[in-house]
Design a protein around this ligand. Structure first.
Ligand code: G3I
Length: 318
């Protein structure tokens, strides 16, 4: 049967990829599938390039986890997505509980972004420079960055990243912006304004953490509003969870839903690729976050392909 990177590439997309994590790489049955670059043309580290992992104390950087993922991408001939520079979550306490002024926190952001993006320079296809800046109602998330600096923390981070690696595609990434609505409008307004001000920005990441049977309507039309600005876009963290236990009917609906997402990417020329937020239910983040839910990935916890797999392959081949 068709391998997913092979069919994505044949369809004119750059990649089909997956998140992975350092702790998973000792599982040889897992890596036997992960390392197949006809299946995955791109990987994203789920945790090891985040702020708490890379700058746990101010000015002291640790790259061992990120380097392991970057070297895996290189060995396997896969694209690498950097994830991420500035995010409200998984911040070390020195950032969240520091006493900052606009200018001291600006310097901290610039140093963090430029150091991590420089470290991986030449190895990264795209960076999630800013992750999840908005609340679901489209207002700004009132994290330490926004509260101290205001919305200009976004161009500060993007400018630092561009200087550090001029060839990396710089993204803003978020969830619940996939279909039209207040949050998508807020993102559209932000990126429109950044483009007007010539702030370096190449793409928007649509995470796509979805629920079986509850996909937003109008994915492709919404995404096309962003690519019309001259930006590329990507599906960056796709998974489609269900209330457990899984049943044949739920798995069939999940196949339909995966098909819908891939088809939407197919119909938007600026959609460069699709990344699943890990390919196997064994390592999905879902059950630990949403009690009683799971089975969100295209492979089950025993690494057996689910109907969703055929939905993905079929949509790339349609
Ligand atoms: O590293 C510690 C370890 O030392 C400790 O023993 C263990 C005990 O729980 O926790 C480990 O940290 C966990 C970390 O993953 C690394 O495994 C955290 O508890 C856990 O909360 C964290 O979850 C990650 C989550 O982001 C945090 O928000 C998930 O793995 C990761 O898949 C998930 O990814 C996010 C994206 O970055 C942004 N978009 C949403 C997506 C899903 O939440």
């Amino acid at each position: 049967t068709a391998k997913l990177q092979t069919v994505a590439k044949a369809a004119g997309k750059l990649y089909f990829g997956t998140a992975t994590d350092n702790s998973e790489l000792t599982d040889t049955a897992y890596t036997a599938i992960l390392d197949d670059n006809t299946m995955f043309g791109q990987i994203t580290p789920a945790n090891s390039m985040k702020w708490d992992a890379t700058e746990p104390t101010q000015g002291t950087f640790t790259f061992s986890g990120g380097d392991q993922i970057a070297s895996l991408a290189k060995t396997n001939g896969m694209l690498l997505r950097g994830h991420n520079c500035v995010w409200y979550n998984q911040l070390p306490s020195w950032v969240t509980s520091g006493t900052w002024t606009n200018s001291t926190l600006t310097a901290v952001i610039q140093n963090h972004c430029s150091t991590i993006v420089s470290h991986f320079k030449g190895q990264v296809y795209s960076w999630d420079v800013v992750n999840e800046p908005f609340n679901d109602d489209g207002t700004w998330r009132t994290d330490v960055f926004f509260n101290t600096i205001g919305e200009s923390y976004v161009p500060i981070a993007l400018n630092a990243a561009r200087t550090a690696d001029p060839n990396a595609k710089l993204y803003i990434n978020d969830y619940n912006i996939e279909g039209p609505g207040a949050k998508a409008t807020a993102m559209l307004n932000l990126v429109t304004s950044l483009k007007q001000q010539n702030v370096p920005l190449d793409g928007v990441g649509f995470q796509c953490h979805f629920i079986v049977g509850e996909l937003p309507q109008g994915l492709a039309a919404n995404w096309a509003r962003f690519t019309a600005l001259g930006l590329e876009m990507a599906v960056t963290e796709l998974d489609i969870r269900m209330t457990l236990p899984s049943t044949p009917a739920l798995l069939a609906q999940q196949k339909t839903d995966y098909t819908t997402v891939i088809s939407a990417c197919m119909s938007v020329a600026g959609c460069v690729g699709v990344t699943v937020w890990d390919w196997t239910d064994k390592y999905s983040w879902v059950p630990s976050t949403f009690s009683g839910q799971g089975a969100a990935c295209p492979w089950d916890q025993n690494f057996v392909r689910k109907p969703a797999y055929d939905g993905i392959a079929g949509a790339f081949q349609a």
